[in-house]
Design a protein around this ligand. Structure first.
Ligand code: GDP
Length: 302
């Protein structure tokens, strides 16, 4: 239900599809499919996916498998669902059995990293999970303050680095050690997000990952990349770079409530083969929703 309202702008954008299919007849197939492709492109499904979908529908129509507008629409929905589920199955958080589980949250500044971390803490707290936050964004001075507000709001414990030049990796290491000693279930690690073109940021993320690995003798359970949904397909190069350098296990797409470009969800999953685990659809504590491919498809196609 939340997902449905969160995607209202994308749904409005795609609503013309219904009209297209309502008056569909075989003779008009080319025109209708051209228009469908246009609509998909405008919603940021991206050229590759849009063409894939349209061509798959065209061949089914020409083979006589789809005989009415409503059948074509159902096939369209199924096509999108298949694209989402083919490449990235595990949309649920993988926390494993080792305590504490470590979740690193990465992404460029302004994408919604700190906010998503706070909302995630809120979700986990509601599931009786004992959460410790690590203020690893030591580059942006206000980031720790912002995270402390989220810690208060969600009644979570937090580890903040002492001193001016404290390294992110040492904050994370300290937090994970404390998590281990004090029996926390999950350590949620914020990281810094200066521009991704900044070489030293990637170095820092690698150092953070290593620092965590040293304490838990293994990789973080999840490294979640936060991407600003309003940037649509422009998020792709950024996502690729983060993935190459640190290895992303899941995506959080934010601000989809303010975006008509929700089709980028499909494109990003197809391009990267990484599951979307959560979507941000507002600024409130409850506005981070687990991603469900079927609910998503029903939310964007009215
Ligand atoms: P960070 O720099 O990546 O840590 O980004 P912040 O967490 O500070 O978020 C930047 C801005 O985006 C803040 O004003 C957030 O309230 C806002 N924001 C984050 N997620 C969402 C979302 O899902 N929907 C909306 N509408 N705003 C969001």
């Amino acid at each position: 239900e939340k997902l449905f309202s969160g995607f209202s702008k994308t749904r409005d954008n795609l609503a013309v599809i219904d009209e297209l299919f309502l008056y569909w007849n075989l003779a008009e197939t080319d025109r209708v499919l051209d228009e469908l492709e246009e609509v998909l492109l405008v919603s940021d499904f991206g050229p590759k996916i849009s063409i894939k979908i349209v061509e798959s529908l065209r061949s089914d129509i020409l083979a006589g498998k789809l005989k009415s507008g409503s059948e074509i629409k159902d096939a369209l929905k199924k096509c999108v669902l298949d694209l989402l589920t083919a490449k990235a199955k595990k949309t649920e958080l993988q926390l494993g059995f080792r305590k504490p589980a470590v979740i690193m949250i990465v992404g460029v500044n302004g994408g919604g990293k700190t906010t998503s971390l706070g909302k995630l803490a809120y979700r986990l707290k509601n599931e009786e999970v004992k959460v410790l936050m690590a203020a690893g964004d030591t580059f942006r001075a206000a980031a720790s303050d912002q995270l402390e507000i989220w810690a208060e709001r969600t009644d979570s414990e937090i580890v903040v680095g002492e001193g001016e030049k404290v390294k992110a990796s040492s904050v994370l290491s300290q937090a994970v050690k404390r998590g281990k000693e004090e029996g926390f279930d999950v350590v949620l690690c914020d990281t810094s997000g200066r521009l991704h073109t900044n070489y030293s940021l990637m170095e820092e993320l690698i150092a953070c990952k290593k620092a965590v690995a040293k304490v838990i003798s293994g990789a973080p359970n999840e490294i979640l990349l936060v991407l600003d949904g309003t940037t649509g397909l422009n998020m792709l190069p950024q996502a690729r770079e983060f993935n190459e350098v640190v290895g992303i296990t899941g995506l959080i797409l934010t601000k989809l409530d303010g975006s008509a470009r929700g089709g980028c969800v499909v494109s990003v999953v197809d391009e990267l083969g990484i599951p979307v685990k959560f979507v941000g659809i507002g600024e409130g504590v409850n506005d981070l929703q687990p991603f469900d491919a079927e609910a998503f498809v029903n939310a964007i196609f009215s």
